[in-house]
Design a binder for this molecule. Sequence first.
Ligand code: C5P
Length: 229
Amino acid sequence: SRFHALVPAAGSGSRMGSARPKQYLELNGRPVIAHALAALARDSRVDRLVVVLSPGDEWWETCDWSSWGERLQVLRCGGATRAETVLNGLEAIAGWCGADDWVLVHDAARPCLPAGALGRLIDSAAHDPVGGLLAVPVADTLKRADSESRVAATVPRAGLWQAQTPQMFRHAQLRDALRQAGADMTDEASAIEQLGLRPRLVECDSRNLKVTYPQDLRLASLILEHLNG
Ligand code: C5P
């Protein structure tokens, strides 16, 4: 079975506070999403790269994609939530994507995916019937807040991981899981978990950050210089 990447890019990025959605902000001379796609493309086992835009996206065309060729496919069927965007994308590729092909869902806003981590995630498929995701063990002490922002409890961090992307599952299984799950799932693994399955955690690190707030762009810029330099 083959490996494909699916990149949901239909978010508006409201926490960034800019008119331009965060996946299109400039980072070291290219839009954020171009870095995310390039990181996926670097692994030759990734067959096709499918980007899912919102139907009204006016930014994609303003970037230069001329060197990408057939490997890059663009769909304009993004939905109101990330889960909806991913499900719409999976339905749209069902014509050519095998039911057992692996789909690696990767955030357009994660530009610094290290090549080694992507390789380990893909390698893990060989031994795994379910699939898995990149994740990082929680480093900070965790507090649960009450409604007045006072500490209600300290949550033991042992065994807790932060989920990242890519998240890699088989096409038909992920599509069925997302059809059954609510639209409020914030990652693919939670939909798979609702089927009673247990995705594998593949360790990554904090370089694979999601650009969410303006200061994240400066950090991402430095990380990219080290990753590629
Ligand atoms: O907003 P958040 O940081 O969780 O978005 C993660 C990824 O999901 C981004 O790449 C964003 O473009 C995408 N997304 C989407 N459709 C939505 C909301 C978010 O494709 N409706």
